[in-house]
Design a protein. Structure first.
Length: 141
């Protein structure tokens, strides 16, 4: 069973916004390190960024999939397509984080990482809107 804050649109939205803002900040710090030629610092920031996505956004995604999404689809079968789309977003984010980890493992700290970070931010932002409007917004109707 999902926790009550996952079902409350305002609380759930706050969780998403906090994680997304932190990810944006980390991306900006990483970009500054690259521009300043601070490769060691960029490496450290990349590690923190990956840990952030794994521990904040993707852990939250796991909780959503294991509880909220399953419950919502059982209660309202018409939401199955929405749940499938939201789960796909999570899968894409997991794949991108794994790509970041691969670049990090090879020591390839460069602009490609920025592209993955930007893509994560875009997908997560769209995902959050879709979740609020198409899943949790459904509960209010």
């Amino acid at each position: 069973m999902s926790g009550p804050s996952l079902r409350r649109q305002d609380a759930h939205s706050s969780i998403h916004e906090a994680a997304l803002n932190e990810a944006r900040d980390l991306r900006s710090v990483f970009q500054k390190c690259l521009l300043d030629g601070e490769k060691e610092k960029a490496l450290h920031v990349a590690e923190i960024t990956i840990e952030h996505w794994e521990s904040r956004t993707l852990k939250h995604a796991d909780a959503e999939e294991e509880g909220l999404y399953r419950e919502m689809a059982e209660e309202s079968p018409e939401l199955l397509n929405v749940v499938t789309q939201l789960t796909r977003d999570h899968d894409l984010m997991r794949r991108m984080v794994n790509q970041l980890k691969g670049l990090l493992a090879k020591g390839e700290i460069d602009e490609r990482m920025l592209s993955y970070m930007d893509s994560l931010l875009i997908i997560d932002s769209i995902h959050n809107d879709d979740e609020m409007n198409n899943l949790l917004g459904h509960e209010a109707s």
